[in-house]
Design a protein. Structure first.
Length: 102
């Protein structure tokens, strides 16, 4: 679980990113989730955009995709979802999160 300080840090890092995946009128499916899992392992932080023709709520899509991919939902703003997952491979780790206050 991410703290508020960690989420704020990740939001600032994600600000300049462009969305990697798009969710359209078909919604989410297993194939999309699999591709997100593979991409987030390398990137750690990514944006996903929800197209205007998608009938599902972006917040619901964000929660669903985050849970299925084993990632943390950082933010849903408008139709943009930001996800974070710490890379399991040491060489792919690029992001250093602020320490959680005790």
């Amino acid at each position: 679980m991410l703290t508020g300080k960690q989420k704020r840090h990740l939001r600032s890092l994600a600000h300049h990113l462009t969305p990697v995946f798009q969710v359209g009128k078909g919604g989410t499916n297993e194939q999309l989730v699999r591709h997100i899992e593979e991409a987030i392992e390398v990137r750690e932080l990514m944006k996903i955009s929800v197209l205007n023709n998608c009938v599902e709520d972006p917040k619901e899509i964000g929660a669903e995709v985050a849970e299925a991919a084993g990632a943390e939902l950082v933010q849903v703003i408008g139709k943009t979802i930001v996800l974070y997952k710490r890379a399991t491979d040491e060489k792919n780790r690029k992001i250093e999160l602020p320490k959680a206050a005790k």
